[in-house]
Design a protein around this ligand. Sequence first.
Ligand code: AMP
Ligand code: GLY
Length: 426
Amino acid sequence: MNILLLGSGGREHALAWKLAQSQKLTKLYAAPGNPGIAEHAELVDLDAANHEAVTAFCAAHAIGLVVIGPEAPLVDGLADSLRNAGVPVFGPNKLAAQLEGSKGFTKDLCSKAGIPTAGYVRTANRTDALNALNDFALPVVIKADGLAAGKGVVIAMSESEAKEAIAHMFSGGFGEAGAEVVIEEFMAGEEASFFALTDGKTVLSFGSAQDHKRVGDGDTGPNTGGMGAYSPAPVLSATLEQRVMDDIVRPTVAAMAAQGMPYSGVLYAGLMLTPQGPKLIEYNARFGDPECQVLMMRLEEDLVPLLLATAEGRLAEHGRVRLSDRAALTVVMAAKGYPGTPEKGGAIGGIADAEKYGAKIFHAGTAIRDGQLVANGGRVLNVTALGDTVTQAQAAAYGAVDAIQFPTGFCRRDIGWQEVARETKG
Ligand code: AMP
Ligand code: GLY
């Protein structure tokens, strides 16, 4: 089968690496891809926003499955266009992708279905938003409703900060995404992520992970897209995972189907583990980046039949997803300046040496200039390793990091600290 993969980050390199190992694959195409993806796929010049061009490419190249990596094309309805043209696609339709594309949509759905999440008010009116603040204790969470590249969330420690965030959103600070806001109760606890594959009916666990959103060691500094991750997240015990499935994920999938917008693809639940049990923070309609990298390292089966069964509504035929019991950990090497303006063009060397340690280096923001691999984005490389414990996976990943020459790059040195601390305490 020929497959088309859309996207250009570390998530997509991990998907390409795994797809390329499939017995079912004839040829992999990727758009726009990156130099790491190019090791497994023919890169093609296709704009995911041009639905006609993508469907025409699929017809011309006998594409049997399209895998959509990032959220923007999903929210934009690319999966609808492909499905209408008869092309199997891994990723939800536009209406279903509202689970990521509209925080207010998800909160309303949770409220109707009794899914545990933070109390909230949703409004498109500035005065109502300001008045609603009276009903919330501090800190209070202010969110732009739409996609804002992970930047549309403010945890306001004071009333003036909350008012400022509301003013910023209603004066176009996040463009259209902030035309509506969600004001939420602050939840305290440890965060964990849970992934499920669903075809709209059957739901299969795809494991757990923990991300590190802040740029600096000790979880300091501004938020990023994620500076590293590990999987599984043992803090989400089997009992808690069952609760997440029963109380959050399955009711969501059922509610979406009941509303005539069945969800098909991977559902990524961001969770807060509160003293009252797991509560939903938000959904994403795609794999996490860099969480996908650690999940793909642990996946012990062919990815193609799994994604195709999801796309074709045949997940009920598939047994549980086989993930290794070992731990995988990934360290993001970013370009200096990230998450502000990253320094572009810095030379990168030593990847082959680093992989001799058994690590896998996924490319995120890289490019090749005059035969030299260089940085070409904020998050540049994902140095990923397996171990019997998170402590061992961490040691293996940092061993590989230290073999890489990337003078204009940096990384956190404490990825996995939560679990390493628990493992050390025994
Ligand atoms: P989101 O984009 O909705 O995942 O929010 C980004 C981050 O903000 C989350 O990963 C949490 O760390 C934090 N956050 C969002 N909503 C809440 C909440 N209601 N209570 C506490 N923290 C939150
Ligand atoms: N790493 C967080 C995300 O992919 O949204």
